[in-house]
Design a binder for this molecule. Structure first.
Ligand SMILES: [Zn+2]
Length: 222
């Protein structure tokens, strides 16, 4: 099973979890035609799409997916269409609430090939602890220091309550890692208030597995 990133950040988010015969799409912030291209037009293998919340960079193109009959799981937007059972096999998807300025959900995705994958973005923090995670995909949006330098106080407050700070991200990884962890992917880095090199190096010091930085074109084996 591979993870392909078609976009990460405020310009549009979309990830594909896929092998030869199955694909689960995560987030609809990228036009469906980009997903088709990435799958060599083999769209019949898409089992469904999960969407965390209504903001455009995560959900702007959801209608395009619905139009072609792809099952949708987007509980924060009131959508669980046709879908739950279709998505459940071969992927089992469970949701948990996140902390954003609109209703937002994280996903715990299980598949026999990869084990347990956690996906969480657009959240101040994650209030749960998870056992035996094999893969973590988590927002690492900004560092407090760079945020203080870049924006006025009002905007700083908004970002602090809706997106994950670097140290919060590290605390989560530290608390939820085990020898079963195989990959970590840091997502949704802010252009102005993140430092990709420092983020990757510091998280890499916490874990023994590879740490990937999400950006368009990233692809890795799970
Ligand atoms: Zn958002």
């Amino acid at each position: 099973m591979k993870l392909t990133c078609l976009g990460s950040g405020s310009a549009g988010n979309c990830y594909l979890l896929h092998n030869e015969t199955e694909c689960l799409v995560i987030e609809a912030g990228i036009p469906f035609k980009e997903v088709k291209k990435a799958l060599d037009f083999n769209i019949s293998k898409i089992v469904g799409i999960v969407v965390s919340h209504e903001h455009g960079d995560h959900a702007k193109y959801l209608q395009e997916y619905i139009k072609v009959g792809i099952p949708v799981m987007a509980p924060s937007m009131g959508h669980v269409t046709g879908a739950l059972s279709a998505i459940s096999k071969p992927f089992a998807v469970r949701t948990f609430p996140l902390v954003h300025d609109v209703s937002c959900t994280g996903f715990l995705i299980e598949h026999s090939e990869i084990g347990r994958l956690l996906f969480a973005t657009d959240t101040e923090y994650i209030r749960y602890k998870f056992k035996s995670l094999n893969h973590i995909m988590i927002e690492c949006n900004y560092s407090q220091e760079l945020l203080n330098q870049s924006y006025h106080e009002g905007l700083q407050e908004r970002i602090k309550l809706t997106h994950m700070e670097f140290n919060t991200c590290k605390d989560f990884i530290r608390a939820n890692q085990s020898h079963e962890l195989k990959t970590v992917c840091l997502m949704h880095l802010s252009d102005r208030t993140s430092n990709e090199t420092v983020f990757q190096k510091d998280v890499q010091e916490l874990v023994e597995c590879p740490v990937y930085m999400a950006s368009k074109g990233l692809e890795y084996e799970l």
